[in-house]
Design a protein around this ligand. Structure first.
Ligand SMILES: Nc1ncnc2c1ncn2[C@@H]1O[C@H](COP(=O)(O)OP(=O)(O)OP(=O)(O)O)[C@@H](O)[C@H]1O
Length: 600
């Protein structure tokens, strides 16, 4: 028995195990102090008894005095009852808390973890949260806290550092925003006092919007860095310092910190929140470990506290938190690294790349519940698929890192407003993005890891809604099928047994796949030889025209891809391809190249 790891209550229970305690009570109990309420639950009986004992104590004072030793004995006995009742009460409360955690699938680790709360109004009495903040929460339509909010909010309100892991769409954003807003209280002229780091600008913007709504009436000033160019003027040492919360991506913040002098100071930061912590802890080109380290070092106030949130658990993050965050509390909801339970998940064998196009068109024909998010593995493939489906009469658009920020913002807005039904995207949209009511997620390209799968399909089935996820797989994807099938099985979906028994790929192969996406054939229904035939005919036609004019013909293989120059095409290309047509015109060596482009 490890006594060190138990609190005094548990030690008492262990030591008292099997011992019989004499039920002590006042010597001449009054009638109303006698009958225990057998119908009430144990907790209630004890409460009632305690109240009655207190009544009896009051009566004892008016009781005729017996001899002194009797009185002392009575007092000793009463003390003993109160002590045992308090212990019993405590153990009862603990049972209730344990029961609540169990029913909400909350598990915790750490010392003296505060109890979860059950309604936002409780926060007013228990933690002195302002009524206005609670009103803002209720205005959002949040009537009850989600499990992660139930447990993480009290921890952070007590100033404890937190590592929280809860399913996608379970309200983690509000779970960190509410305690941060409460901790900051009102506006101050000290510079930023809270920093929230998100992996993508889209997610940062979404968090910014939620923060603004929750801050209403508090006068706190929330900022998101849109232009790093004038950041020094706005946030630097000579600025007014009238800002409180900063929501940013790691790269932008690090860029500002690296200016000389730094364009922003994080010395007054009281809360550093890392959203999608496992992503930000990743090393390599897709991760942000170095940037996060720089931000961590810059927040150097003695009182700074950190909180990490994510839907997927990483042992790296957990180890780091245990080592570096004093008295950290770990909060986990549900099983680690499982998909949201409200998503109906299907795997669809499509054979090869051509099969994928047929499959997606079939799904549309059969009737897809829109809005739909379609995930592909790269920006090039996103563009290819978009071009392929553009003329199918679907309300479709594409978003990836090569599109300008304005285009990205417009696309996201149009999708949110329901103007776009199908949005093709890359991993950029895989994390954190909360599109209300996404009904279907299609993994057109097989996800590169189980973690990526969990986040991608987590864009649907959010906040208690249901959703559907369809994952295409080809013959080449089968070696990696097992991990996705396991995630599906863990979240209650039916999966063919053979998939779970497939050979596990080597760890090195799995890791390699996470960094380097497999090569896939170009997305196109027109076979390449057909395309080349068309191209050849066009070149011949142009050359005939040129030779008539006595000019030299053009080569069959132009060195540079050329584009349409008509007004309509210009608009189309600048919107969808982010191509500056003027610059591109210059890049065309000859007039003929442009002509070819017009006909292409
Ligand atoms: N207590 C609540 N009651 C009802 N809805 C809520 C509650 N808290 C948050 N929501 C809603 O749930 C949705 C998902 O919340 P949020 O984006 O914070 O999820 P998340 O856990 O951060 O997901 P992800 O892991 O994908 O980032 C949002 O639309 C949010 O408004």
């Amino acid at each position: 028995m490890n006594l060190l790891s138990m609190d005094c209550e548990e030690i008492f229970q262990k030591l008292a195990c099997g011992a019989k305690f004499r039920r002590l009570g006042p010597k001449n109990p009054k009638k109303d102090c006698q009958s225990p309420d057998y119908g009430a639950p144990a907790g209630k009986i004890r409460k009632v008894r305690q109240v009655k004992d207190e009544n009896c104590r009051g009566n004892d004072e008016t009781r005729p005095l017996s001899d002194d030793s009797d009185v002392e004995k009575d007092h000793a006995e009463e003390k003993s009852i109160t002590y045992k009742d308090t212990l019993a009460d405590k153990s009862n409360k603990k049972d209730m808390v344990d029961h609540l955690r169990k029913s909400m699938k909350i598990s915790t680790a750490g010392q003296s973890v505060p109890k979860p709360f059950e309604s936002f109004e409780e926060l007013i009495s228990d933690y002195n949260i302002s009524r206005k903040l609670v009103q803002n929460i209720l205005n959002f339509g949040f009537t009850k806290p989600t499990p992660v909010q139930m447990q993480a909010i009290p921890c952070m309100l007590q100033g404890r550092q937190v590592l929280a892991c809860a399913p996608t769409g379970s309200g983690k954003t509000a779970a960190f925003l509410i305690p941060v807003i409460h901790a900051l209280g009102g506006p101050k002229k000290q510079g930023f006092r809270a920093v929230i780091v998100s992996p993508t600008r889209e997610l940062a913007k979404q968090t910014f919007r939620e923060c603004i709504r929750l801050c209403e009436g508090s006068n706190l000033r929330t900022h998101i860095i849109s232009k790093v160019g004038n950041a020094s003027e706005k946030y630097g040492p000579n600025s007014s310092q009238k800002f409180d919360i900063l929501i940013t991506t790691p790269n932008r913040l690090v860029y500002m910190l690296e200016q000389d002098p730094p364009a922003v100071s994080l010395k007054s930061v009281e809360w550093l929140i890392v959203d999608e912590a496992d992503k930000l802890f990743e090393v390599g080109p897709r991760g942000f470990r170095d940037q996060l380290a720089a931000i961590y070092v810059a927040c150097d106030s003695d009182s700074v506290k950190r909180a990490m949130f994510s839907a997927t658990y990483s042992t790296h993050v957990a180890k780091w938190c245990r080592r570096n965050l004093k008295k950290v509390i770990s909060v986990t909801v549900g099983h680690r690294n499982t998909a949201a339970e409200d998503v109906q998940q299907d795997l669809l064998f499509v054979g090869n790349e051509e099969g994928k196009l047929i499959a997606i068109r079939n799904l549309v024909k059969q009737g897809l519940a829109s809005p739909v998010l379609v995930f592909v593995q790269s920006k090039e493939r996103a563009q290819e698929l978009f071009e392929e489906l553009l003329y199918d009469g679907l309300n479709i658009d594409v978003i990836h890192a090569d599109r300008t920020q304005l285009q990205r913002d417009n696309t996201v807005r149009a999708f949110r407003e329901g103007k776009i039904w199908i949005l093709i995207c890359t991993e950029l949209m895989g994390r954190g993005i909360d599109f209300k009511g996404v009904n279907t997620v299609i993994n057109y390209d097989f996800p590169l890891s189980a973690v990526s799968y969990i986040h991608r399909i987590g864009r649907t089935g959010r906040a208690g809604r249901t959703g559907r996820a369809v994952t295409f797989f080809t013959t080449e994807d089968t070696p990696h099928l097992r991990s996705i099938a396991t995630v599906m099985k863990d979240s209650g979906c039916d999966v063919p047994e053979y998939m779970l028994k497939l050979k596990r790929p080597k760890k090195t192969d799995r890791q390699k796949l996470e960094y380097i996406a497999p090569e896939r054939k170009k997305i196109s229904t027109v076979p390449s030889y057909e395309k080349f035939k068309l191209h050849k005919e066009k070149v011949k036609k142009i050359n005939r025209r040129l030779r008539k004019k006595g000019k030299r013909g053009i080569s069959m293989m132009p060195e540079k891809k050329v584009i349409h120059q008509s007004g309509l095409a210009k608009k189309y290309y600048s919107k969808h391809y982010n191509i500056n047509t003027k610059k591109h015109k210059k890049s065309c060596k000859t007039e003929e190249e442009s002509m070819l482009a017009v006909e292409d």
